[in-house]
Ligand binder design. Sequence first.
Ligand code: APR
Length: 316
Amino acid sequence: KEPLLTYRTKSEDLKNIQDLARIIKQASHILVVSGAGISVSCGIPDFRSAGGIYERIQKTFSLFDPQEIFDLNVFKESPELFYSFAKEIIPRESTEPSLSHRFIRDLECHQKLLRNYAQNIDGLESIAGIDRVVYCHGSFSAAHCLRCNAHYSLDDIRPDIVTGRVPYCSFCGNRVNWDTNIHESSNNPSSEYKSCIDNNSSTDGEDEDRITPNIIKPDIVFFGEALSDQFFDCFESDRETADLLLVIGTSLQVAPVSKIPFCISAEIPQVLINLEPVGPSDWFDLELIGPCDVIIERLYQLLGWQHGMNHVGCFK
Ligand code: APR
């Protein structure tokens, strides 16, 4: 019996982790859905477990629902709520990917990764070198002004984030004269500044412009925002191509990512690797319940793969 693992299985040829290793060896189009659980061993709390981000938010703010901190309408009304907490969740340069991130990269190195649908916003997939990743909920790598869409990098707004200040757009925010709604002269209009005027030149945009605050918002997907076209375009083809689904470290609470297991062909084996059972009971062909890094460490042994632990490139 494998240590630390409990199983739930419903299919004859996928009864245990040994069967999973055999199927991984045969697979060439593995679809991986990953969540906050794969970054917990990197020191980043997940959202919904005890001691997780939502519990911390609840202890700090008296919100009806801690998810409000990631709600777009709440953000527009009270951006200081999100920015008083954002320093807890922005990626830190020193954080290393987990064994789970590197396993996904090693699937890619072995030409077995169809796509990694990642829900996390910590960017560790890119640090691990995973190319075929879709950041379903965006990332902190860039940010944009809500009003004029001027582009900013994380480093542009990091000083505000670490001090809990709300970053405002410097291209359109302090140049709009509300009475005349024209842009005051500027000694060096940059291309963004010009595009900002273009954005606001249309008359019907003026009312809209009054209520669109010139706040800079990180490119993470807030509740109330649509996911990228990239997500839908990739999944449209992947759902037909996948030959194995691995769901790792997620509670499957947030659509549309949580719908992925139910939108792919029933013939495709589906495996959950998670600290707790999630989704409809007996949905997955195999559930490996335990810490994902421990389970994946065992998979490495059964696959006879070396760890991609100390390099990002694929070993030759
Ligand atoms: N190994 C395996 N699973 C783990 C581990 C671990 N070391 N640690 C935690 N887990 C599991 C938890 O038991 C839980 O089922 O990972 C899951 C994490 O669930 P959530 O905290 O809900 O995170 P996630 O599923 O990624 O949330 C989805 O919700 O708030 C939004 O946009 C946010 O992307 C996030 C989305």
